[in-house]
Write a protein that binds this ligand. Structure first.
Ligand code: CP
Length: 326
C-alpha cells in the first residue's frame, strides 16, 4: 500500500502509479462500507475544497460536494461565469489565491485545446492539490469509479476479461473524448483486454493511443482497435459504449454534427448486447441520450450497472480527497 499521496495532483490517469490506484480503491471500499454502516469518518474536518466549474454537471458536483460533507469538510461550488476569470484572473492567480483559501482545488474545464492546459497551469501555481473533475483529455475520477464498479461485478482478477470501449451515436452535443481516453490508459494496468471501436472520424489522440499501447505491452494485456460495433461486442465481459465528438477530425461543431449524424445505427440495443457474454455488464458515465445512444431496454435492463457506477464516483473521490488533502 502506498500512503504518500498527500498534496498530490490528480490530473491525468497515469499521475498515480498502479500501486497508488490500488491504495485509492482499498480506501474507497472501506469508505463505502463505513457509509453503509453509518460509521462517521471525518478525515477532512475543517478542510474546504474549491469546485470550479466551466461546464455543467450533475454527478460530479453532487458526488464531490456530498463526499466532502461526509468527510467532515465543506465544498464551495464556484461557477466560472460568476467569477472574475473573464475579467482577467489568470491561471496563476487562481492557483496562488485559491491555494491560500482552500485545501484542494477541483476543476472541470472540457473546452477542447484549453481545459487540460488550464488545470496544469493552476496546479503549477497552487500549494494544494488540484483534482481533475474532467478536462478535454481525461476524466480520471470517472475512470476510478468505473474500475471500482468492474471489480465489484467481476472480481479483483480481471486478467483475460474483454472490455469493449465503443463509440455510440448521440444527438444532444459533441461529447468530450476524455472518458474513452481515461479508460484505455488505466484499464490495461488492471489486466483488462481492451477492444476500442469507433467510426474512422472518431479517433482518439495519437499520444494517448501510444501511451495506452505502452501500458498494454507493460502489463501483457490485449489492445485492439476496430471500426465495427457488433464485432467488438462479441463475447465481451464489459461493454462501455458512449458517444464522443470527432474532435481530431474537426473542431467545428456543425461539421462535427454532420459527421456524427452518419452513424445513427451505433446504438447499444438488445440485439447488440446479446452478442456479449450472458453475464456482461453495460457501463455508461451518464448522462446518456436515451434511445439514441442506448435503448431504455439496455440501460434499465439486467446488464446495466450505471447506477452503481454513478454511486462509486462518490466513494473513490472521497478516497482521493482523504489521501491527498489530509
Ligand atoms: N459522469 C459525469 O461526469 O457526470 P456529470 O457530467 O453529470 O458530472
Amino acid at each position: 500500500m502506498k500512503t504518500d499521496l498527500r498534496c498530490r495532483d490528480l490530473i491525468s490517469d497515469l499521475d498515480f502509479s498502479k500501486e497508488e490506484v490500488e491504495t485509492i480503491l482499498d480506501v474507497a471500499f472501506d469508505l463505502k462500507r463505513k457509509r453503509a454502516l453509518g460509521e462517521p469518518h471525518p478525515y477532512l474536518r475543517d478542510k474546504v475544497l474549491a469546485m470550479l466549474f466551466f461546464f455543467s454537471s450533475t454527478r460530479t458536483r453532487g458526488s464531490f460536494e456530498a463526499g466532502m460533507a461526509q468527510l467532515g469538510g465543506h465544498a464551495a461550488f464556484i461557477e466560472s461565469r460568476t467569477t472574475q476569470i473573464s475579467h482577467g484572473d489568470t491561471e496563476k492567480e487562481m492557483g496562488e489565491i485559491f491555494g491560500r483559501y482552500f485545501d484542494g482545488i477541483a476543476i472541470r474545464h472540457v473546452d477542447w485545446g484549453i481545459g487540460n492546459r488550464y488545470l496544469n497551469l493552476v496546479a503549477e501555481a497552487s500549494r494544494v492539490p488540484v483534482l481533475n473533475m474532467q478536462c478535454d483529455f481525461y476524466h480520471p475520477h470517472q475512470c476510478l469509479a468505473d474500475l471500482m464498479t468492474i471489480i465489484e461485478k467481476k472480481g479483483r482478477d480481471l486478467r483475460g476479461r474483454r472490455m469493449v470501449v465503443s463509440w455510440a451515436y448521440a444527438s444532444s452535443y459533441l461529447k468530450p473524448i476524455s472518458v474513452p481516453q481515461s479508460l484505455i490508459l488505466q484499464m490495461p494496468r488492471f489486466g483488462l483486454d481492451i477492444v476500442l471501436t469507433h467510426p474512422d472520424e472518431f479517433k482518439l489522440m495519437p499520444e494517448i493511443m501510444d501511451q495506452a499501447r505502452e501500458q498494454a505491452r507493460k502489463y501483457s494485456t490485449g489492445f485492439e482497435v476496430m471500426d465495427d460495433m457488433e464485432a467488438a461486442f462479441k463475447d465481451a465481459d464489459i461493454v462501455y459504449a458512449k458517444s464522443w465528438g470527432p474532435l481530431l477530425t474537426t473542431a467545428d461543431p456543425e461539421k462535427g454534427k454532420r459527421i456524427q449524424d452518419q452513424y445513427t445505427d451505433w446504438i447499444t440495443d438488445e440485439r447488440k448486447i446479446a452478442l456479449a457474454k450472458q453475464d456482461a455488464i453495460y457501463m455508461h458515465p451518464l448522462p446518456a441520450d436515451r434511445n439514441i445512444e442506448v435503448t431504455d431496454g439496455v440501460i434499465d435492463g439486467p446488464h446495466s450497472v450505471v447506477f452503481d457506477e454513478a454511486e462509486n464516483r462518490m466513494h473513490v473521490q472521497k478516497a482521493v480527497m482523504a489521501l491527498t488533502m489530509s
